[in-house]
Design a protein around this ligand. Structure first.
Ligand SMILES: Cc1ncc(C[n+]2csc(CCOP(=O)(O)OP(=O)(O)O)c2C)c(N)n1
Ligand SMILES: [Mg+2]
Length: 268
């Protein structure tokens, strides 16, 4: 406590005891002003563009999947950059659930999660996976076909183990061993078809929208392999080493950051 930020009121307590006491206080927080401020942030800092106002293709794709998804869909997300893009740009609709492995970070979880989710509820599931994680439980495609499960699979295919590659870019001198160098992906469409599952490969943005729209208009089991192309998309913004949560990379101009801050921004 008081290590980096000077605390106004320091409370050392078991969280459970603290929350119990807080609940007894029957506080009515006044948050309208804060909500308004958050909405202005949402407009000024859209997840679909970079701070240089360039379109973020992966985020745009996720927002299209979100747009054409239906209330009640269960969105099952794997582990990696695609998971972050989903967290940033998937707008959850009524009765939708987003399922992922949380802190366990279990690559390969999305497909089996979707199988459990559809079988447990009889509702459609949407899988959003990376090319790496999807290969870890790829054999479960046979279950989809055998049981005719209503599962739509979208592979955000960047042809590398993106999240680890991003760390190598930022902290490990771009030594892409095992993530890009000596890593490759199979033809997912051929694999899906070998299992008897309808499949498409797409790469052009206008084509991607049509395919997502058509695919999400029905419940037939299907795999869409989306090639993200040569641009090595990263997750933006992201928490940088030794920086506070509100000051993410790529960094805003100091003046702009300060204009939003109530306290003085921390310097690392
Ligand atoms: C079973 C397992 N192995 C390794 C990791 C470490 N890891 C986290 S994300 C990631 C890369 C995921 O690559 P991909 O599935 O292609 O998704 P992308 O980040 O490219 O979107 C790795 C190797 C993990 N979380 N789980
Ligand atoms: Mg990948």
């Amino acid at each position: 406590m008081n290590r980096k930020i000077k605390i106004d009121v320091a409370i050392q307590s078991d969280v459970k005891d603290f929350l119990k006491q807080l609940n007894n206080k029957k506080l009515t927080p006044i948050i309208a002003q804060w909500q308004e401020k958050v909405l202005t942030y949402k407009e000024s800092y859209s997840s679909l563009i970079t701070i240089k106002a360039e379109e973020k293709m992966p985020n745009k794709i996720i927002s299209l999947i979100s747009q054409y998804s239906k209330p009640g869909d269960q969105v099952c997300v794997d582990v990696g950059l695609h998971q972050m893009w989903t967290a940033q740009s998937f707008e959850v609709k009524e009765n939708q659930r987003v399922l992922f492995s949380g802190g366990l970070g279990a690559m390969g979880c999305a497909l089996p999660t979707a199988i459990g989710a559809t079988m447990g509820t009889n509702k459609r599931a949407i899988v959003i996976a990376g090319d790496g994680g999807f290969q870890m439980n790829i054999q479960e495609l046979e279950v989809l076909r055998r049981r005719g499960l209503p599962i739509k699979i979208f592979i955000m295919n960047n042809a590398f183990l993106g999240m680890v590659r991003q760390m190598q870019t930022e902290f490990l001198n771009k030594n892409y061993i095992g993530t890009q160098n000596d890593y490759s992906v199979p033809n997912f469409k051929n694999i899906a078809e070998a299992y008897g599952i309808k499949s498409h490969t797409v790469s052009e943005m206008n084509e991607i929208e049509t395919i997502i729209k058509n695919s999400l208009s029905n419940d037939e089991c299907e795999l869409i392999d989306i090639h993200l192309g040569e641009n090595k998309h990263l997750v933006e913004p992201r928490l940088a080493g030794n920086k506070p949560m509100e000051d993410m990379a790529p960094f805003l101009e100091r003046e702009e950051l300060e204009s939003h801050m109530i306290i003085k921004p921390l310097e690392s």
